[in-house]
Structure formats: structure tokens, C-alpha cells
Design a protein around this ligand. Structure first.
Ligand code: HAM
Length: 418
């Protein structure tokens, strides 16, 4: 038997309501904040990610699904959404448009990682990107939006980790301090990080190897190297978050795994859902638009992993709304009645009623069992006498209460059922 590829997900009908609920909640809150949806392609030129996400990151070095197309171009299944949204902004000339441009997306992403609870090779993200504003109040608003979505989903036991990783003015000093620190431990670092020592020592802070992690724990902190501009930005952000009543903790070792961040970085981390506990990650990326060929355009955003949000909701015992169950199940007896049942069900559906009828040729007894199983609120049995009179007995399943109804007109019956 052919099975799905390792690390991919079949999202079965029992699980889709949770996905749909998260998507609906995210959309509603985005609308409240004035964000509009953007959709970008599932695959892009590989160069977009190697230049955008950074070719010293784990994502680019180890995790991308990259393949040549029939004309030999190197393509990559998107490992994240930010680089694509930035490309679309540039490609469609929107960088000079009305600012801020506020966008959100619901996408599938692909990363070749070791699958475990909360981590898959194809996964789903809800994300937002905000362009045009360098203000720390934008960072606060972006974080507030993420916080609102997480809270609206009923997720508890979640903490916001916050850090600033500086800008091109202050980063070189920090990089130098980091390189000096890590070169003392060169022989102990993993092979990838030994290479990063020369190319991008900040990436060592994000290495998943336990030995590198232990060495990184004592490394110099970004906050000690911030320039006045970055320090002022961070201070205003902290005050703004406090004013908005959003609790946070400073996490001096948070650097995020992607290269494009400047100044603010943040993660929402949820307890009790296992090792993959980051439900949301994001930050400011003031240099990326320019780096990808656009003008200087400040930006900030975040993305959340939908399966991790579901784990966090389950953990919190949050309620996930289920799809509507039928208001009426029509049980026909015989061929003539089956014909009428199909037409009546069709008419009720047109009038907005969730209605079902038999499609399996079941006996009356098993039809009733089925109606019970699908949670129908009422049943209506159509036999030959009912067909003749156009009247039948509507039975309320919860308590067995019965009343006679006229079913000759679907719209009139729909009114009775409302
Ligand atoms: P990221 O931290 O790489 O950031 O991913 C964001 C979120 O996607 C993670 O916090 C996690 O919840 C989820 N996620 C990542 N990898 C997996 C996986 N293999 N399986 C399941 N869930 C996963 C970004 O992608 C940035 N583009 C976020 C951003 C937007 N920054 C600025 N704007």
C-alpha cells in the first residue's frame, strides 16, 4: 500500500474543525486590525530563500525541499512565508504604496526536519507582515495581534519571550564579541557551527546541538551591545506592551533561526505541549526588502504553527466548535418516498436548513440509528400514507416529542424547523 510521506499530515474530518476554527479566528482578528489576506505560490526560486532567510541558517542549509524543474531552474517549496510576501511586495510595486501595508496569510510550508509532536515536514502557518513603519508601536501592535489570536483560541500557560538583536550599526560589535567568545570553544562546537564561526557566529546561538547550546548559554548578550537607537526602540516597545497589558519576559538568548531580523525578536512559548513549544515566532526585519532588491522599507511580522496551536488548545481544554449537525433527517420507506425525500431535502437545504435523507437504502430501524449517530435534531418518516396526505410526524430526537407537520412545501417546513 502506498502511504503518505514521512512528516506529512492527512487532516481527517475529525481534525478539520480545529483547523477551520483557528483560521476563522485568525481572519476575524486580522480584519479587526485592518489586515488583508495575501496568497503567494507554494514554490519559489531557491535564491529567494537562500538570500532572504539566509544561507547560514538551518532552514537553508539543512531543511529545504529543493529540486530542479524541467528547465533546470532550482526551485524550493516555501519553508516560510515572509520571503515570498516581501518578493510579492517588490514585484507588484507595492513598496511605494499607501503605508502601512498590513497583510496576513494562511499557508502550508515545507521543512525537512525530524518529525515529532508539533513538528512535521509539511506544516501550516498563520502569519502577518506589516510594511512601512519603523515605530516600536508597530512592533507592539504586531505582538498584540498575535497575543489576541492566542488568547481567543483559549490557549493558557503561554509566555511571551522578547529580545532585541540590534541593527547593522550595532550588530558588527556584537558579532565580534560572539566570534571571540565562541572561538575559545572551537574544537567543541559541531561541524556546522565551526563553519558559522567565520560566516555568522549569531547562528551558533540557535544551534540545536546540546553541546553548542551549553556553550551558547554563557555567550555575550545582544542587549549589552545595542546602539542608542535600538536601545530606545526596545525601551519604548517594552513600555507599550506593559501599557497594553501584555506580559513578557526578556530572553537575552532569543535570536530566532532566520537571518533577516533586526531589533525586536519574540516568541510565544506554551508549556505542556512537548519539546516543540514555540507556537509563534516573529520580529522586525528592516533590511529584508532592500536585500531582496526593493527600497528601504521597515517591516515586522510573525507566524504561528497551526498544529502547535491545536496541541496548545487541547492542553488547555479549549473548546473547538464542531460542524453543524442536521436539523432534520428524512427517512423514506420505498422508492416513491425516496424520490420525495431527495426533493424535500434539496428544498430545505435551499432554505438554509441542514438536512439529510437516506442514500443507502437502509431499513427504517437502521435509518433511525444513523439519524442518532449523526446527531439529527429531528426525524421525519415518509411512508405511503404520508406521501398521500402531504403530512407527517416530526419527531424531536432529544425527548421524543412528536407533532404533525405539512411537508408539501419545503420553504414552509423550513420555517417550522427554524
Ligand atoms: P519560524 O519561527 O521559523 O518563523 O516559524 C514560525 C512558527 O511556525 C513556529 O513558531 C512554529 O510554531 C511553526 N513551525 C515552524 N516549523 C514547523 C514545523 N516543522 N512543524 C510545525 N510547525 C512549525 C517564520 O517562519 C517567520 N517567517 C515568522 C515571521 C514572519 N517573522 C516575521 N514575519
Amino acid at each position: 500500500m502506498i502511504q503518505k510521506m514521512r512528516g506529512t499530515l492527512d487532516i481527517l474530518p475529525e481534525q478539520t474543525p480545529a483547523f477551520a476554527y483557528i483560521e476563522k479566528t485568525a481572519r476575524e482578528i486580522c480584519e479587526r486590525y485592518g489586515y488583508r489576506e495575501i496568497r503567494t505560490p507554494t514554490f519559489e526560486a531557491t535564491e529567494l530563500f537562500s538570500r532572504g532567510v539566509g544561507d547560514t541558517t538551518d532552514v537553508v542549509q539543512k531543511e529545504m525541499y529543493t529540486f530542479p524543474d524541467k528547465e533546470g531552474r532550482s526551485l524550493t517549496l516555501r519553508p516560510e512565508g515572509t520571503a515570498s510576501v516581501v518578493r510579492a511586495m517588490i514585484e507588484h510595486g507595492r513598496c511605494g504604496g499607501v503605508m502601512p501595508e498590513k497583510l496576513f496569510y494562511l499557508i502550508n510550508c515545507f521543512r525537512y526536519e525530524a518529525p515529532q509532536a508539533g513538528r512535521s515536514r509539511e506544516f501550516f502557518q498563520f502569519g502577518t507582515e506589516t510594511f512601512g513603519s519603523p515605530s516600536p508601536y508597530t512592533d507592539a501592535t504586531v505582538i498584540a495581534l498575535a497575543n489576541d489570536v492566542i488568547r481567543a483560541l483559549g490557549i493558557r500557560d503561554v509566555s511571551l519571550h522578547l529580545n532585541s538583536i540590534g541593527c547593522p550599526a550595532c550588530r558588527p560589535n556584537y558579532r565580534k564579541a560572539l566570534a571571540e567568545y565562541f572561538s575559545r570553544y572551537k574544537s567543541e562546537l559541531c561541524e556546522t557551527c565551526r563553519g558559522r564561526l567565520e560566516t555568522n557566529p549569531m547562528r551558533i546561538l540557535d544551534c540545536k546541538s546540546p553541546i553548542c547550546g551549553k556553550i551558547a548559554a554563557q555567550a555575550p548578550k545582544t542587549l549589552d551591545y545595542l546602539c542608542d537607537d535600538c536601545r530606545g526602540h526596545f525601551e519604548t516597545l517594552k513600555v507599550s506592551l506593559s501599557d497594553l497589558g501584555i506580559p513578557f519576559e526578556i530572553d537575552t538568548h532569543l535570536v530566532r533561526g532566520l537571518d533577516y531580523y533586526t531589533k525586536t525578536v519574540f516568541e510565544f512559548v506554551c508549556g505542556g505541549i512537548g519539546a516543540q513549544s514555540t507556537v509563534c515566532g516573529g520580529g522586525r526585519y528592516d533590511g529584508l526588502v532592500r536585500q531582496l532588491g526593493g527600497p528601504d522599507l521597515p517591516a515586522a511580522g510573525f507566524a504561528m504553527g497551526i498544529t502547535r496551536l491545536i496541541l496548545a488548545m487541547e492542553q488547555a481544554g479549549a473548546e473547538i466548535p464542531q460542524p453543524k449537525t442536521p436539523v432534520l433527517y428524512i427517512a423514506p420507506l420505498g422508492e416513491e418516498a425516496a424520490k420525495k425525500a431527495i426533493a424535500l431535502t434539496h428544498g430545505l437545504r435551499a432554505a438554509g436548513i441542514v438536512a439529510e435523507c437516506d442514500l443507502m437504502g437502509r431499513s427504517l430501524k437502521s435509518q433511525m440509528k444513523y439519524a442518532d449517530k449523526i446527531g439529527a435534531a429531528h426525524t421525519l418518516i415518509l411512508g405511503s400514507s404520508e406521501l398521500e396526505s402531504g403530512r407527517g410526524v416530526l419527531r424531536r430526537m432529544a425527548d421524543g416529542e412528536q407533532r404533525e407537520v405539512d411537508f408539501s412545501d419545503a420553504a414552509a417546513l423550513a420555517k417550522v424547523l427554524c
